[in-house]
Write a protein that binds this ligand. Structure first.
Ligand SMILES: [Zn+2]
Length: 99
């Protein structure tokens, strides 16, 4: 089936190829951009007055990158779950690397 073949192609491709294809897709489709944003961005937590931005456009423009790769331990981490058990180099944590 075509879906199986596409999934196999995605799994077999080099990470940089998949990244390039994803960037191309989100530049061509608002729907794809929305799906990728939901997976890869962390929504803004609040504004100065403690409220979320009033419009989706403002919320999207204030969203932040959700997943980063640590420069020290080279592990991907979720910036929304970066707590005390995280690598000490991940911002917001003061404990030693547990990875
Ligand atoms: Zn780290």
């Amino acid at each position: 089936m075509a879906e199986d073949t596409l999934e196999q192609a995605i799994s077999a491709a080099a990470p940089e190829r998949v990244r390039t294809v994803l960037l191309n897709i989100v530049s061509q489709s608002d729907a794809a951009r929305g799906l990728a944003s939901a997976e890869l961005l962390a929504p803004p937590t609040s504004t100065n007055n403690g409220r979320l931005p009033s419009t989706k456009r403002k919320r999207d423009s204030q969203a932040t990158i959700r997943f980063l790769v640590c420069n020290q331990c080279n592990q991907e981490f979720d910036t929304t779950k970066n707590g005390p058990q995280s690598c000490k180099w991940h911002s917001g944590s003061s404990l030693c690397c547990t990875i």
